[in-house]
Design a protein around this ligand. Structure first.
Ligand code: AMP
Length: 541
């Protein structure tokens, strides 16, 4: 006997056991499509998750590693699938509701999805790809008539007992879940998450100094459960026994604020566009909502502009916690939680730090590579961020052509251009493909956008590179003005001028009604580039 510690499996069943045994009376609350509320406890949730797993195996013949796709809003049945499927040794594959049917067909076929679990309210979209994707079984969630050829979710659950699930340990290195990236180049690519990665990701997310999620929290993930593993919330919350609140299909500012108030939400998470909607609703209705329970609004997926962070805090006492991550990383990479070092700085400096992406979570390592090799951590040199760690993908699922995203020594190339400060604080300057290269020098479109969004008349701003005869590329700003507001090119340029080198300032501004967004709510810069590529050569640059 070597005297070593037990080889305990870090897996999703262990997460569920803990949630059920220790926090049975904690609530899981969902807003249903008719806007009513459904509530039950962990003690009710856990056996249903196990029934689902047992029925998928016993009734539908699913086995270890088989893929179960979901096409659903955030709700309790989606949580049952998230947890139940891997507890049964299968793999949950969340499909993005906002993708084109051709992409959904490709993704579901590529992943080998055998079963689809989908919301009845989404059935018109399901019909667009269901046949082509070739699912063996389709399961329907929600009220109303059973769609043709589908099995009722509740009937499936009723067909098995929790005890029907074979009692065995699941290898922590086996797959538990998968998600395809919404990347804009080439075919979508799959990230396959192991039980071990999810368990450690949950533990690290819960840590103080990361997201600090505890049993005392009430968490409302606005981030869709189909976006990058719902940023780990379903697993982290079940592990620590936090109350979970799911918004269903209602993601507008008013519905979310109502939910925060009614359920006394303490932590919530989503992309910046969602928070812009919430900010507008709060600004328009002073005193209407009591948001005093909210301790952290996690913002990630795109950069959180400093002006937004300040507006929430100064006008509404709401604290934004800025985080950076990727589908290929389960997804948590860094969190901008201030350390004692930054807390000693002035308020203005602290806001500046909170708008950066922060420092890496434990077990995630970072470095950045410029044209000449690894760049120094001096807060100035820009390079492409490379990461490695316990929950970072080692390859895309069955996509050999994606292999160039990993270095020879096994680090993942994120495609994000960053600067790193001496103490490890990163700031994302751009996506490598979005940077503007003007006269051989890089201009950060993110920095210009965030500054523009601080102008009182600007609702949204996206900056893109447009071809230029003299400088090769120049920045062009696409701006959406707030309702009833006006601002001309010169005014916006003057607004930027104090904070940027002269050659960074865009010559050209385009005013539009809306900036096209990707399926997860980020600016779709490819569409803007197509639209505005024929920029006139800049004379004043
Ligand atoms: P996804 O896998 O769809 O979540 O996309 C990951 C990408 O989103 C990253 O590589 C970044 O380019 C971007 N991203 C995520 N979080 C942030 C953030 N806090 N600030 C800036 N960009 C972000």
């Amino acid at each position: 006997m070597d005297g070593l510690i037990m080889d305990y499996e870090l897996n999703v069943p262990a997460i569920l056991r803990r949630g059920e045994q220790l926090f049975g009376d904690k609530e899981i609350v969902t807003r249903l499509p008719d806007k009513s509320w459904q509530r039950y406890t962990y003690a009710e949730f856990a056996p249903r998750a196990r029934r689902l797993a047992a029925a998928l195996r016993k009734e539908l013949g699913m086995g270890d590693g088989d893929r179960v796709a979901t096409f659903a809003w955030n709700h309790y049945q989606h949580l049952e699938t998230y947890i139940g499927v891997p507890v049964g040794g299968m793999v949950t594959h969340t499909l993005n509701l906002r993708l084109h049917p051709d992409d959904l067909t490709y993704i579901a076929t590529h992943a080998g999805d055998r079963v689809l679990i989908a919301d009845k309210v989404l059935w018109p979209l399901v019909e667009n790809f269901r046949e082509r994707a070739g699912f063996e079984h389709v399961i329907a969630i929600g009220d109303g008539a059973t769609p043709d050829g589908a099995i009722e979710y509740e009937d499936l659950l009723a067909s098995a007992e929790p005890g029907d699930l074979p009692d065995r340990e699941i290898d922590e290195r086996s797959a538990a879940a998968m998600c395809y990236t919404s990347g804009t180049t080439g075919q979508p690519k799959g990230a396959l998450y192991s039980h071990r990665a999810i368990a450690l990701h949950s533990l690290a997310s819960a840590m103080a100094g990361v997201l600090s999620v505890t049993e005392n929290d009430t968490a409302l993930p606005v981030v869709p459960m189909f976006h990058a593993n719902a940023w780990g919330f379903p697993f982290t919350c079940t592990l620590v026994g936090a109350k979970q609140v799911f918004p269903g299909p209602f993601l507008d500012g008013e519905s979310l604020l109502e939910a925060f108030q009614q359920e006394k939400v303490t932590i919530t998470a989503g992309v910046p566009t969602i928070w812009m909607g919430i900010l507008a609703e709060l600004d328009a209705n002073p005193g209407k909502y009591d948001t005093s329970s909210v301790r952290a609004m996690v913002v990630g997926g795109s950069a959180a502009p400093q002006s937004m962070i300040e507006a929430f805090e100064k006008r509404h006492g709401l604290r934004i916690l800025h985080a950076w991550g990727m589908t290929e990383m389960c997804p948590l990479g860094t969190v901008s939680e201030l350390t004692s070092r930054e807390r000693a700085l002035s308020d203005e400096e602290q806001f500046r730090y909170r708008a950066k992406q922060g420092t890496p979570a434990p077990f995630v390592e970072m470095r950045a590579r410029g044209p000449e090799g690894i760049v120094p951590w001096d807060g100035a040199a820009m390079g492409e961020l490379e990461v490695r760690g316990v929950w970072v993908s080692s390859a895309y699922y069955e996509t050999p052509e994606g292999a160039d995203r990993w270095t020879d020594d096994g680090w993942f190339k994120t495609g994000d251009i960053v600067t790193i400060e001496p103490h490890g604080y990163i700031e994302i300057q751009d996506r490598s493909k979005d940077l503007v290269k003007s006269g051989g020098e890089w201009i950060s479109t993110v920095a210009l956008e965030n500054a523009l969004m601080g102008h009182p008349a600007v609702a949204e701003a996206a900056v893109i590179a447009v071809p230029d005869e003299k400088w090769s590329e120049r920045p062009l700003a696409v701006v959406v003005l707030k309702e009833g507001a006006s601002a001309a090119d010169d005014e916006l340029r003057e607004f930027l001028a104090p904070d940027f080198a002269k050659w960074w300032l865009p010559e050209r501004f385009e005013f539009v009604d809306e900036i096209p967004k990707t399926a997860v709510g980020k600016f779709r810069k490819t569409a803007l580039r197509e639209k505005f590529a024929s920029a006139q050569p800049a004379e004043t640059a």
